[in-house]
Design a protein. Structure first.
Length: 100
């Protein structure tokens, strides 16, 4: 499974189905530059990307954090945490989301 973590495998429509939300909601996050940047015509996302997307969705829909707040949180994750700590944090958040 670790081989798939960075391989682009799922389109946004499938991710929306997994998160039980609308594609338009995820496209809104994409328009506001909250999702991992994809430049291909047919955008596919990796497992790691999906974890970030679900975190963004959690912050927006459950915690009601606005776009600027989410950008700030993502910036902290990207610039102030090493890969190991970032993965541990996202694992922690994933566990919390499963309990909702």
């Amino acid at each position: 499974m670790a081989l798939l973590n960075n391989k682009d495998v799922l389109p946004l429509s499938s991710i929306a189905e997994l998160l039980n939300t609308k594609v338009r909601t995820l496209k809104m996050y994409e328009d506001k530059k909250l999702l991992p940047l994809k430049t291909e015509i047919k955008k596919l996302y990796s497992i790691n990307d999906i974890r970030v997307i679900s975190f963004v969705h959690y912050l927006s829909s459950i915690k009601k954090i606005n776009t600027n707040g989410i950008k700030y949180i993502i910036d902290i994750l990207d610039n102030n945490m090493d890969e190991k700590n970032r993965e541990e944090f996202l694992d922690f958040v994933e566990d919390k989301m499963e309990k909702l």
